[in-house]
Write a protein that binds this ligand. Structure first.
Ligand code: ATP
Length: 142
């Protein structure tokens, strides 16, 4: 079965109540099987590897600062179509749009801004594998 990397970013890990709500929601949803979970601080080199594709973009420096501004909770989620299902649940990248268009998505409910959008989800099988290896270097999910 497919595996994806989900990240709860610092703007949501700072609220234990929000984290609890999100984990309860995942636990109750049969589309998501939590294979592994860890709370960690992302190092500068992990952040650089993780967001290499965005290097040079205007939001890159603030994206780096944001993901390192506090702990993140990384989850390895398994399920049929879990990559798409998790991205559907979190909603569009840009919270400023999400606030109007996608009530009920996690970014609508817990996102703060386009950079501080509170969640990450891998977008394809290959990126899921490489991102899982950055956040869970000691585990294999294939
Ligand atoms: P993620 O990779 O975190 O799941 P995504 O795949 O939905 O997000 P990407 O285009 O890969 O979106 O952008 C990575 C991250 O960079 C976003 O989650 C967001 O924090 C930040 N970001 C992307 N676009 C913008 C933007 N236009 N303005 C500010 N921040 C942005």
């Amino acid at each position: 079965q497919e595996v994806t990397l989900a990240i709860l970013k610092p703007s949501v890990t700072s609220s234990p109540k929000s984290v609890q709500k999100i984990l309860e929601k995942l636990d109750a949803d049969e589309n998501f099987n939590i294979l592994a979970a860890r709370k960690t601080e992302i190092s500068a080199s992990q952040a650089a590897r993780f967001y290499a594709e965005h290097e040079g973009k205007f939001f890159y420096p603030r994206l780096q600062a944001y993901v390192r501004s506090g702990p993140v909770i990384a989850l390895a989620l398994q399920g049929d179509g879990v990559i798409a299902n998790w991205r559907k649940l979190i909603g569009p990248t840009k919270v400023t749009k999400t606030k109007y268009l996608d009530p009920g998505t996690l970014r609508h409910d817990f996102g703060v801004s386009d950079t501080r959008n509170s969640f990450h989800g891998s977008d394809a099988l290959q990126s899921a594998q490489s991102e899982l290896s950055i956040l869970f270097p000691d585990l294999r999910f294939d």
